[in-house]
Design a binder for this molecule. Structure first.
Ligand SMILES: *[C@@H]1O[C@H](CO)[C@@H](O)[C@H](O)[C@H]1NC(C)=O
Length: 263
């Protein structure tokens, strides 16, 4: 009796799986855009050519995202969305030097601060700057705390608990804490001395007495931070909620959206 119940359950699962596999393929010639995703494989799509549906593969390493979407030919990096949820890949990877697939973003073989972008099998070396490291999961530069196996930043190799100058900045520096770099700012009216690696009273060899003007917030940008593909939000700095009223007085509690009177 027990076996029969089991068999019933198994056949029910198989029947469901069978149904799932026989998912209807949309006809691209019956839609306005003339192009539709393949029902089974996420790296394939159908296009209506001369009144006939034709099957296409995305460039190797990319998956179908939608007409005029993705990075090329309507195809995108698979990790950017849930494109492949419930679908399979039709094509295996084609690898070249540094590239697991012809298109994609891949980790560096020997460095935590470098990574490769691959376009049609040609690899270009990229650099994470501003104390960030390459995160294999997000395929972008990230704070060291979020990067497994790479927490200790090369910046802090010489002294895991020492200070390191930040470019030519007179005001900011890296403070290494057990190998993790933390961006620091000297107290007002002090400057970072690259000899003693401390904040000191100016002037120093490289830094004048600071003006009373606050330093420009884009000081870091000038170090080249615009090269970061997806600058991650700092965990310790709350993100501005876009649907929150921004000019409330301090301490005011915004009304929940659905209780707000409609204008
Ligand atoms: C990709 O590279 C191959 C040869 O390496 C070339 O034949 C092909 O045209 C290239 N494709 C694109 C889309 O650039």
């Amino acid at each position: 009796m027990k076996t029969n119940v089991c068999l019933l359950a198994v056949s029910a699962i198989l029947a469901t799986a069978g149904l799932a596999q026989k998912r209807e393929q949309e006809d691209p010639c019956k839609v306005k855009s003339r192009v539709v995703a393949d029902a089974t494989y996420c790296d394939r799509y159908w296009e209506c050519v001369n009144g006939q549906p034709e099957l296409y593969d995305c460039p190797n390493g990319l998956v179908y995202a939608g007409k005029h979407r993705g990075v090329t030919e309507g195809c995108d990096y698979p990790w950017r969305s849930n494109y492949c949820e419930g679908k399979q890949l039709a094509n295996p990877p084609i690898s070249t030097e540094h590239c697991d697939w012809l298109y994609g973003i891949f980790g560096h073989e020997t460095s935590c601060t470098r990574y490769w972008t691959c376009w049609n099998g040609t690899a270009t070396e990229q650099l994470c700057i501003g104390g960030l490291l390459y995160n294999e999961n997000t395929h972008s530069c990230d704070w060291p705390d979020n990067v497994d196996g790479c927490q200790k930043h090369p910046l802090c190799n010489e002294d895991a608990n020492g200070n390191v100058p930040l470019g030519k900045s007179c005001n900011r520096y890296w403070q290494c804490q057990g190998g993790y770099p933390r961006l620091q700012r000297c107290p007002a009216m002090l400057v970072f001395d690259r000899r003693s690696l401390r904040c000191v009273v100016p002037p120093t060899e490289d830094c004048e007495v600071p003006t009373t003007q606050p330093p420009l917030p884009d000081e870091l940008e000038q170090e080249g931070e615009q090269n970061i593909p997806n600058p991650p939000p700092r965990n310790n700095r709350p993100q501005q909620q876009s649907n929150e009223p921004i000019n409330l007085p301090p301490g005011a509690v915004p009304l929940p959206l659905r209780n707000r009177p409609r204008n």
